[in-house]
Structure formats: C-alpha cells, structure tokens
Design a protein around this ligand. Structure first.
Ligand SMILES: [Zn+2]
Length: 373
C-alpha cells in the first residue's frame, strides 16, 4: 500500500492510499457490503457512485457461501464484479454479537453459526487465511471485544489479548508473504480500551510499536457511549498513532460523527447507517435528516435534496419515493440507498476539497449552519 498526506487543515488530513485495486482519496467513507454487496445495489451502482473501496464481512462470507467458494470465483472482486478495493473485517465482531454462546479464550473465539448452529473457532491466523481467500485489499486482525461498560480487569484482559493476537497475526502475515501469499494485501491492527485514556494509550502504544502493520484502526467505539466521549477518546488516541499510516475509525457513524472525527485526524470510516436508514425511510440531506414516509411528502414535487446530484435526486420526486416506500416496492430501497450513499461519499469529497485549500473551519461551520436551518 502506498500512503501519502496531501494536505492538513486544523487536525483534518487529506491523504492518498493506493492499493492493488484502486486509488483512495481520504477522508473516505466505505459503504458496508456485508454479504459481498451493498444492500439493494450492485457493483455497477457503486462505480456510478464513485466508491473506491467497500467493506465486506468475513464472518458472513466465511459461513456462506464460504471463502473457499469465493476464492474459486477470483476472490471478492471476481465474485461481486466490484473492481475497486475491499476492506474485510476479521469476523470477530459478528462472532461476538450475532452468535449464541460466543466464547473467547487465550487463543481465539469459539462461536455457533447464526445460520445453522454449527460450531466454529476463529484464531488470529484462521481469520487471515479466510481473508487471503477473499483477497481483500485491507484485512483486519482478530481482536478481543468486550461489551461496554465493563470492569477494568476485563478491559485490561482484552488489551493484552488483542496485543498478543496482533503479534501472532503480523508474524503470520509476514511469513505468508514470504511464501508468496497475500503479497498485495494489507493488514491493520485495532486499538481497544473502551473510553479509558489509560487503556487506549496502552493499547495504541503496544500495537503501533509493531511497525509492519500497514495501518491502524480505533475499535470498540460507537457502542452506546455519549458522542462527546467518543470524540474525546478519538482525539486522545490519534496522538499515539503514527502520522505516516492510515487511521480508521470502525463503525462510525452519523454525518456529524464523520465531521467531528475527521477534525480529530481520522482518515477512514465505515457504517451501516446510510443503507440501513435508507431502508427505514430516513434520508440524509444538506439540511439534516428527513423521514420520507411522512404524509407531508405525499404531494411534494421536490427532489430529496435540492443540492444533491445523485441519480435519484436528478430523476425522482419526494412524492414518488414516499409512494414507493408506503407500497413496499423494492425500487424504493435501491433509490433511497443510492441517495444516502451518494450523500456520504459527497460529504467526504467536499471535506477533502476544504482540507486541500486549508478551509476546514469554514467548511465545518457551513455544514452545521445549513443543518440548523
Ligand atoms: Zn440525492
């Protein structure tokens, strides 16, 4: 992976990341394609939207259709026909959150499939083997997750384990690369530690000392803590992360969360919010959110967002979307997802433009002013 910082403005960074499959300009939002597709959309839609990287979920793809099958079709790129980059998570989060009786131990996580109840065991090495088969451009390590709030003792344990697993993962990856496996694939470690300054510092320092990692993520946030705690934790943690590598904040968040964390030095984001919200009727606009299901939109001849250049806004009215959603038409999900993803990607493009001309403060002010109207 090639990485360079193009400009900074306040704490915000505009960077360029080159993988084997695409050039990614940051700040970047990565739409979530859990099952090898962003829900309701296909590879062509994602290209039209200008997505340079999307996310795939290792847990889901490992269980079904299996990473072995995906490998036969040329990995995620060949299978889904999305030619740009993929980032895959380690599967640990879903093993933790979706499965019954998931049990972490010193060496990995035992869990039962949410599909058929079959038993599986993820280790730091096995999740990389799965991600080699998926052929993702950025692979995430297995980390030991804890539900928050939790005891200091349990959080400390999670940091120890995450560091131990990170060491196993990076050693294994370097060994595999020397054998010609995953040579163009990159690997990120995940900093844990809840909202504790002491624990975040400890985790960040231990992981960032392992200089073979291609980038670092901040995990375990946006799990119900107050927004300000998340922002403060990110601000605190980024100071311990190397400047010359990408920084990824996992699973965050609202447009406001993105703006706040870009300012705190984060480069990469992912979240199910634009697609999940689209499906339940919540659409993001320059002027804040709207619920398209409301009766007030029944005869509204305006587009979702007059400032939006997406396919949906250029062609359809709020009245039509209101009707499609109420009628339960599948087309609604597609049109609404196109709009919400476009909104997120466009917000990142505009944020980057502002950073490049060192105009962050003004950009942020305008973002909030328009939303309070
Ligand atoms: Zn639109």
């Amino acid at each position: 992976m090639e990485f360079q910082i193009d400009a900074t403005s306040q704490g915000a960074r505009a960077c360029t990341i080159k993988t084997a499959h695409s050039t990614i300009l940051t700040p970047v939002f990565m739409p979530v394609g859990t099952q090898g597709t962003v829900k309701a959309l296909d590879a062509n839609d994602m290209l039209e939207l200008g997505a340079k990287i999307i996310l795939g979920n290792t847990y889901h793809l490992y269980l079904r259709p299996t990473s072995k099958l995906i490998k036969k079709f040329g990995g995620l790129h060949g299978f889904s026909k999305f030619p740009n980059s993929f980032l895959t998570d380690s599967g640990g989060f879903q093993a933790f959150s979706l499965s019954d009786n998931s049990k972490p131990d010193e060496n990995g996580i035992m869990f039962k499939s949410h599909i058929d109840g079959s038993k599986h065991y993820f280790t730091p090495k096995s999740v990389l083997d799965t991600q080699y088969e998926l052929n993702s451009d950025i692979m995430m390590i297995l980390d030991d997750l804890v539900a928050l709030p939790n005891t200091d003792e349990r959080i400390k344990k999670s940091i120890e384990r995450t560091t131990k697993w990170a060491k196993e993962a990076i050693d294994y990856h370097m060994e595999q690369k020397s054998k010609g496996i995953g040579t163009h694939q990159n690997i990120f470690a995940i900093i844990q530690g809840g909202t504790s300054k002491e624990f975040r510092k400890l985790s960040a320092q231990q992981l960032c000392d392992m200089s073979d990692f291609d980038g670092f993520a901040i995990g375990g946030l946006s799990v119900g803590e107050p927004n300000q705690d998340m922002y403060d934790t990110v601000e605190w943690t980024t100071q311990f992360m190397p400047k010359e590598k990408p920084r990824y904040l996992m699973g965050v968040g609202t447009p406001e969360d993105l703006i706040e964390n870009i300012e705190r030095g984060v480069d990469m984001f992912d979240c199910v919010m634009p697609t999940r919200n689209a499906r339940n009727g919540t659409l993001f606009t320059t002027f804040g959110k709207l619920n398209i299901k409301k009766a007030q939109f029944k005869e509204d001849d305006k587009p979702i967002d007059a400032c939006c250049e997406c396919y949906t806004c250029k062609n359809f009215t709020r009245a039509y979307l209101n009707h499609l959603l109420r009628a339960g038409e599948i087309t609604y999900f597609r049109l609404a997802s196109i709009h919400n993803i476009h909104y997120y990607l466009d917000l990142m493009r505009k944020a980057r433009e502002a950073i490049l001309i060192d105009n962050w403060e003004e950009f942020k002010k305008e973002f909030y002013t328009k939303r309070s109207k």
